[in-house]
Design a protein. Structure first.
Length: 149
């Protein structure tokens, strides 16, 4: 029955003159099939933003949250700064963005704002909560601003 709902939804969107791709498979198969994904898993985010990768992990939590623990190599850019129209940090300019927050709500909002600016952005499902649950690395800042591991 889910395939029927997908076909109906695709038909309605097509009638509204939208570009539609109806996928007759599970959601997990969409990415490997080459369809653009708006949300990715923490493991995929780590893979896309690791050493030598083109994408940057953009953490949209507030500075005090970021200091409590963030992914190594991530760039802090609070959602409040993005909402205020702030410029992206230099390290995040002209690169694909993988956006993370605490649990995935603010990053979804940030992706909407970033894509409205014409940027390539996806968000991490479950945010840093899911990141740490999956055992991916994180670092914390101590009093002088340096990482504590």
């Amino acid at each position: 029955m889910p395939e029927a709902w997908a076909a109906i939804a695709a038909s309605v969107l097509d009638a509204a003159d939208r570009d539609v791709v109806a996928v007759d498979d599970s959601f997990a198969a969409a990415g490997p099939a080459g369809l653009p994904m708006a949300r990715i898993t923490p493991a995929k985010a780590d893979e896309r933003t690791g050493p030598g990768a083109e994408a940057v992990l953009l953490d949209v939590r507030e500075p005090d949250e970021w200091a409590q623990g963030h992914a190594p190599g991530s760039v802090s850019f609070p959602l409040s700064a993005l909402t205020a129209g702030g410029d992206l940090p230099v390290a995040a300019r002209h690169r694909p963005l993988v956006v993370v927050c605490r649990c995935g709500v603010r990053s979804r909002d940030a992706v909407a704002l970033l894509t409205a600016r014409g940027l390539d952005a996806v968000d991490v499902v479950g945010g840093m909560c899911a990141w740490t649950r999956e055992g991916l690395p994180s670092v914390r800042e101590h009093g002088n601003g340096g990482p504590t591991g």
